[in-house]
Structures are given as C-alpha cells and as structure tokens.
Design a protein around this ligand. Structure first.
Ligand code: KG4
Ligand code: ZN
Length: 346
C-alpha cells in the first residue's frame, strides 16, 4: 500500500511517500524558518501562503525521486490538526482534492500522533506498549501508549511547552529564531570550552509528585539573572547552558518517573526538542541506569516532516476496519485537538 503524507501544520511543508512493505521511499521538506526569522516568530498568514507555493512542487519532487506515479497511490494522509488553521487548510484541501480525483481514501492525522510514531521509522524500533515524551514547540506531554490510537495522558505542561520555553529564552538572550537549536548550540559551545559553570536555575515542579511540567517561570529566572549580571558573550552562554540543564533535568526525571509509574521499560521521545543533544545524552544515561531503553526518531524526523504523517496514515490504514478512523470525504481541520481524544476502542 502506497501512502502520500502531507504536513502543513506550522512553518514546514513536509511531503513523503511511505510503502507498507518497502518502507519510506522518499520525502521532501521546505522549512520557512528563514522567512519567519525576520519577524522573530511564525507569522500565520505568511506560513499559509508559503505552503500554497511549496506543496505541489514538493509533491512532484517526492514522486520524481521514486519514479512512481500519482495513480499508484492507495491513500493520502494529511495533518488535520492541531496547528495554524490557515496552514492546515492548505494540506487539507490538496489532500482532499487529490483523493477525490484519484478516488482513494484520505485520512486526517493528528500531528502529535505523527511525532509520537516517528521513532517507529527507525531501527531498532520500540514495540507497544511504551511511554512517550512529546516535546515540541506547542506541547510537552507524557503519554502511555498501549497501541496505535490507544493513548493515555500521564502529565503535561501547565504553561509553556519546552520548545516554547527554548524559543522565548533564546529571544531574551538575543539568539535567532527558531531559538531551540540556536540556544542549544550556544550552550554546547560553552560546555566544550571547558569553562566552569557559573549559573544554576531552578528545576520547576521536579518534586511536584505528579507528571506535570511548568516552564514559564524559567524565562523569568533567566531575565532576573540577566538583570543582575553584566551581559557578555560568556554570561549569555553560561545562562543558556543553565537553562538547558534545568529543562533537561526536569524532562529526564519526569520521564523516568513515568516509566516507574506505568511499569514500562521503553521510552519514546518525539518532537523538535527531541533533537537536543543534552536531552538525548541525559535520557540515554538515566534509562540505562534503570535498565530501560530509550528510542529517538532520526534527527531529521524530530522536527515537523511529512514522513511521520505518511507513516501514521499507513499504520491507521492497516488497522482492522472497526478500529480504523473514518476516511474523510469533505475537507476538515482541527486547529485545537487533544491527542487523548484519539483513543479508539479495541
Ligand atoms: O516538533 P516541532 O518541529 O514543531 C512543533 O510541532 O511544535 O518542534 C519545534 C520546537 C521549537 O520550539 C524548536 O525551538 C525546538 O522544537 N527545537 C529544539 C531543538 N531543535 C528544535 N529545542 C531544543 N534543542 C534543539 N536542538
Ligand atoms: Zn511538530
């Protein structure tokens, strides 16, 4: 079964072709970060217009790389939500129009389900059940994943998402957009330079006794440090490292607590912040210590991409008919959509 995946929920146009027997055949991505960088953040209207410009050429490029033809498609999966409404509408309308013309099923995929399943594209892949740590620009959640579509929320952020905290703190430190990779690079350089660490920030909600997170206070703590010290390249880098360490510690310890609580021994990490080196190292070290295993998507599939959407669509299409979500026949989007509502009874 050949599935086309279309991702347009935010500032990346991602297209991919996934074959249920042959795996991922081809994928293409266009990132709008340079365009939004000028404004210091995503401008929704510009994002939608750019998706319109990119989506068809990227579909052609993806097919061109495989020698396959549109008529060989068996289904189309697109990101139905959550995300920016205008941006989602671009993917939804292209997917529905193509599905109508080709007379094939069209599936609306939850963006976070795409992220959550993305480590299954790698080898070795985790097997159900597992705990998933979803850390993106809009979400920070711990989920118990018993199977496809069987997701139980264990805990989540009560304010900013981890990626959002990275982005906002990077902005305070005068680093570029998107802030996560820039701040992380800055912190890593400080670490490599071997200079002594100069700052320590609080670990919010580390001992809250639940699996929730809070990151908005960290940017205030960063601001307080910046007001107290003379700002040089070195202090900025030291603060960036202190911020990263605080976020990484909390994400790591809460993930371990989720493994203990559920009695599971596989942790899956997904979403843009999953690309963070220090987080990867910390989770690898701590899970090994407790005899658990951690799985990450390939770096290129940590941030938004079409491969995870094509893959999630292919997995859903292989479910028994009773558990398969209804294919859509008119185009729909859900700008706000809880992943937990994806639960499908067995
Ligand atoms: O999953 P994603 O591409 O988009 C959403 O669905 O939100 O995640 C983007 C987020 C941004 O906040 C970005 O700053 C963050 O992931 N991010 C990182 C890194 N790479 C991306 N945060 C920390 N370290 C990184 N290396
Ligand atoms: Zn995402």
């Amino acid at each position: 079964m050949l599935v086309l995946g279309i991702e347009t929920s935010c500032d990346e146009t991602g297209i991919a072709l996934y074959h249920t027997e042959r795996g991922l055949l081809s994928h293409a991505l266009y990132s709008q970060t340079e365009m939004h960088g000028e404004y210091g953040g995503v401008v929704p209207e510009l994002a939608s217009r750019d998706h319109i410009r990119r989506v068809l050429p990227l579909i052609r490029q993806t097919f061109g790389a495989t020698g396959l033809d549109l008529r060989e498609l068996n289904a189309i999966a697109y990101t139905c939500g959550p995300g920016l409404a205008g941006a989602l509408l671009v993917g939804a309308s292209i997917a529905t129009a193509l599905g109508f013309a080709l007379k094939i099923p069209v599936l609306g995929i939850h963006h976070l389900e795409g992220h959550l399943l993305s480590p299954l594209l790698s080898t070795p892949a985790p097997v159900f059940p597992f705990v998933a740590l979803l850390v993106s620009g809009g979400h920070t959640q711990l989920m118990e994943v018993s199977g496809l579509g069987l997701y139980k929320l264990l805990g989540e952020t009560v304010d900013d998402a981890a990626g959002e905290a990275f982005d906002k703190t990077a902005k305070l430190l005068g680093l570029g957009y998107p802030g996560g990779p820039a701040l992380s690079k800055f912190a890593d350089e400080f670490l490599k330079s071997g200079q002594p660490k100069c700052f320590k920030l609080p670990r919010p909600m580390l001992h809250s006794g639940d699996l929730n997170f809070s990151f908005s206070g960290l940017k205030t703590a960063v601001l307080t440090l910046m007001n107290k010290h003379e700002i040089t390249g070195q202090t900025r880098a030291g603060i960036a490292l202190a911020f990263q360490e605080a976020v990484v510690d909390v994400l790591t310890e809460k993930s371990l607590a989720a493994l203990t609580k559920t009695g599971l021994n596989q942790l899956v990490v997904a979403g843009g912040v999953g690309a963070n080196h220090q987080l990867r190292e910390s989770l690898c070290r701590r899970t090994e210590e407790i005899g658990a295993q951690v799985f990450f998507p390939e770096l290129e599939f940590c941030t938004d991409n079409g491969a995870m959407i094509a893959f999630a669509g292919a997995m859903r299409l292989q479910l028994p008919a009773t558990r398969n979500r209804e294919p859509v026949d008119t185009f729909s989007i859900k700008a706000r959509w809880d992943l937990e509502m994806q639960v499908v009874e067995t």
